[in-house]
Design a protein around this ligand. Structure first.
Ligand code: URA
Length: 219
């Protein structure tokens, strides 16, 4: 797997990550969603440098200019519900992309620390020969991404897979690396060392879905 840790370089991206983590600033849901979106835009821009391009002649009012344009047929797929603002950021830049949505939630089987990933809702175009951007803001255990990838397999084989995450835990990254094809790219804003016993990233930022949309009842 090709790991691209974008936050490791100094850039304005780190301001958006810092605001998303900060317990005082993140309490403003609109700002939290905006920061997820801005991080999606930046990671999308970085990954765009690895896509395929062909020159197209563009007619201006004064002449013509060859401009290299992306030829990949892109499908952005994100995991409900935390992935929605991140998805919007990617779609701001890949505005002609097709879109897929899939639900994956943690079903607690007994105690709080023990859960399985349940995939229920799936809406997607064909993925055959396309460039799949699979977005999950919090790459914690890696179980959701793997469960989603298994569910997407019936929709065709993408020619390229780009995984995108805002924060990833080392353990989740290692697990995903084992499961996805070796030429998969992972674009990640920040990497944290630990997971707690509930499978949350530490220090992470908390529950991205709740921060974006409010708390929910457990089921
Ligand atoms: N999902 C979240 O929203 N946060 C985590 O830390 C892990 C999974």
């Amino acid at each position: 797997m090709n790991l691209h840790h974008i936050g490791a370089q100094h850039s304005i991206l780190n301001h958006f990550i810092a605001e998303s983590r900060d317990r005082h600033i993140q309490a403003d849901r609109m700002r939290f969603r905006k920061n997820m979106e801005r991080i999606g835009e930046i990671l999308g821009y970085e990954l765009s440098k690895t896509l395929s391009y062909h020159n197209k002649s563009i007619a201006t009012p004064l002449g013509a200019k060859n401009v290299p344009l992306v030829t990949d047929e892109i499908v952005i797929c994100s995991i409900l519900r935390a992935g929605i603002p991140f998805h919007n950021g990617l779609l701001n830049y890949f505005d002609h992309a097709e879109n897929a949505f899939i639900s994956a939630y943690r079903h607690h089987t007994g105690n709080d620390d023990d859960f399985e990933i349940v995939v229920e809702y799936l809406s997607s175009p064909s993925l055959e020969g396309k460039t799949l951007l699979l977005a999950d803001p919090m790459l914690a255990t890696g179980q959701s991404l793997i469960a989603v990838y298994e569910a997407l397999k019936k929709l065709g084989t993408p020619s390229e897979i780009h995984l995108l995450a805002v924060i990833g835990a080392q353990a989740g990254i290692a697990r995903v690396k084992e499961h996805f094809p070796t030429d998969t790219h992972l674009w990640i804003a920040a990497i944290d060392d630990e997971l707690n016993d509930k499978g949350y990233i530490v220090p992470g930022l908390g529950d991205a879905g709740d921060l974006a949309y409010g708390t929910k009842l457990q089921h």
